[in-house]
Design a protein around this ligand. Structure first.
Ligand code: COD
Ligand code: ATP
Length: 200
């Protein structure tokens, strides 16, 4: 039976880095943000439905995130309309991933895991976390990031403390070595001793 492990955490807390450590250990990882990027690209499944509602946001047959952000800034309801289009398409991609990966353990990297209720269909949830000042330093180091944009994104996401309270597993992402060890230990815990489980 496949263990469906959710991976989430607020912006800049180490989801992508930790997800890569699972991939490096041979664990299949499904990435929600990457899926949305595919859905928005030329020929992506979200292009037509978004074009039908927000024609200005589709240029050269692909979705413009910048235009979407402008529309959202003008009217916050736009984000809900966008999510109602995108989330079912994201769910379809996730179901296909599960069919394609009958392994003992698979990881679902979902920034909005709790916000979208994904914990209902997951077996357990890993939250990556770090102190707020470390998070801010990391995010503000990104090209083009502004304090306002950082605060806006944070305001849209469930607070870190609430995510930690709902977590089955927590990994502090303060050092790469420490996180890598914690990932290895969690894989062993969820898959069981390699010799016992790999025989199935
Ligand atoms: C709002 C959009 C256009 C902003 O795009 P942009 O490239 O500037 O930001 P990006 O997608 O990288 O998101 C930046 C940060 O905000 C988070 N975030 C993304 N969507 C949302 C959302 N709907 N609510 C709260 N946080 C979000 C991301 O996880 C990330 O931490 C884009 O995030 C989007 O299309 N969101 C709607 C689809 C969605 O809900 N995606 C998440 C699926 S789990
Ligand atoms: N375990 C760790 N130890 C030290 N630095 C880390 C660790 N994990 C992540 N970082 C650093 O923190 C920054 C953000 O990491 P990452 O992109 O993985 O976060 P994220 O949660 O995926 O961010 P976003 O929500 O924006 O996608 C990167 O610069 C990365 O190098």
């Amino acid at each position: 039976m496949t263990h469906r492990l959710g991976l989430t955490g607020s912006i800049g807390m180490g989801k992508s880095t930790t997800a890569q450590m699972f991939r490096d250990a041979g664990v299949p990882v499904w990435d929600a943000d990457a899926t949305v990027h595919e859905l928005y690209e030329k020929g992506g499944a979200a292009v037509a439905p978004i074009s039908a509602v927000f024609p200005v946001a589709v240029v050269d047959n692909q979705v413009s995130r910048e235009t979407l952000k402008e529309l959202i800034n003008q009217d916050p309801k736009v984000l809900l309309q966008l999510e109602n289009i995108v989330h079912p398409l994201v769910a379809a991609s996730r179901e296909q991933f599960l069919k394609d990966h009958p392994e003992l353990l698979v990881v679902f990297d979902i920034p909005l895991l709790f916000e979208t209720g994904a914990d209902r269909w997951l077996d357990s949830v890993l939250v990556v976390s770090c102190p707020a000042e470390v998070q801010k330093t990391r995010v503000m180091a990104r090209a083009g990031m502004t304090e306002t944009q950082f605060e806006t994104i944070l305001a849209r996401q469930m607070p870190d403390a609430q995510k930690r309270a709902r977590a089955d597993h927590i990994i502090e992402t303060l050092t790469l070595d420490g996180t890598a060890l914690a990932v290895q230990n969690l894989i062993a815990k969820l898959k069981g001793p390699a010799d016992a489980r790999d025989r199935t």
